[in-house]
Design a protein around this ligand. Sequence first.
Ligand code: FDA
Length: 381
Amino acid sequence: LPAHDLVVVGSGFFGLTVAERVASEFGLRVLVLESRNHLGGNAYSEIEPSTGIEIHRYGAHLFHTSNERVWDYVNRFTTFTGYQHRVFTISKSRVYPMPINLATICEYFGEHLTPSDARELIRQQAAEIDASSADNLEEKAIALIGRPLYEAFVRGYTEKQWQTDPRQLPADVISRLPVRYNFDNRYFNDKYEGLPTDGYTAWLQRMADTPGISVWLGTDFFDVRSQLRPGTPVVYTGPIDRYFGYAEGELGWRTLDFEQEVLDVGDFQGTPVMNYADSDVPWTRIHEFRHFHPERASYPQDRTVIVREYSREAGRADEPYYPVNTERDRSVLARYRARAAAEPDVYFGGRLGTYKYLDMHMAIASAFSMVDNELAPRLRN
Ligand code: FDA
């Protein structure tokens, strides 16, 4: 292994942000180990060769943040397009904007409703069930938005996401279901939003190109750890249960299967993301990646790439995407956290190392905190 002052396990946004900060701010040598044969973690993207269209291999990634420090930071490595995310859904052969807003409600009930009319209508429909007495997801959702909207937009989608009847799911899977009583159908509310102009991989590569950083691809930490000098600090962004040899049991994750297809049409669905709310369609949504970059003149006019997404429980060999976070998971996690606290040279971070869903801007902000609060006192002379 090359000489280094810090080892970072994983080259996702968390690991690369730590590596870049430690190399640039402290002038130290950082060795990044990445088990995959590419860097960037789940934000990695690649060009579909027959069309030149950029595909996000591990699911669509939309950048958004209200954090000024994160926004200033990411703009050092990439510029952003003016992309604004919007999502539509198909329910019983009709198309509606998501998340549920006044346009969705007017369209669904087939009449013009003012914001206060709509609020009153949904209040009456939600009164069917009292939220505090709801003892499964279906009852909780009805208590929040009423039965008609639940049945049209939540039931089938939730059933496919969890592969479970919503009446069998715990009520606390949802704490709120956002309904907007205006015509705003932007998906994110953050101050800044956009997609990296020349793609995620170019952005991530520029972070990794910082002097002082070496990246070893195709290298699993557990295969080389015996070669590390004892006492070398390690930032570990892999799964926390794996680090401890699953000694306390496995943490539950959901994964996604992606089915990619190149079609001989210039435009398949007219928008980047179409959700499928009905339970008789097996996929949850379809992404059409050309629409993330309408500004790219190089994309072909007669071909397009679509990706159907299916959701299921992850096994050990699958990519872990979303923490399931049951009561059992939380108690297993608490035991791993206690073990982690007893490892003086290893710092656990990122979504896999902390068993938390983190958006990209959250992973970056959380890496800043680790550098400022834990690594700086140790590494800075
Ligand atoms: P990440 O998983 O990216 O990186 C961890 C890396 O560690 C991986 O590359 C892995 O191979 C490596 N590794 C693990 N164990 C190892 C070992 N033993 N040795 C060596 N390497 C090892 N966010 C957002 O802001 N907008 C969005 O639209 C989306 N969309 C989205 C869709 C889907 C389906 C998912 C699952 C996630 C998102 N995200 C997102 C979240 C985004 O992916 C997330 O913020 C980052 O992946 C977090 O980066 P990390 O570095 O924590 O993990």
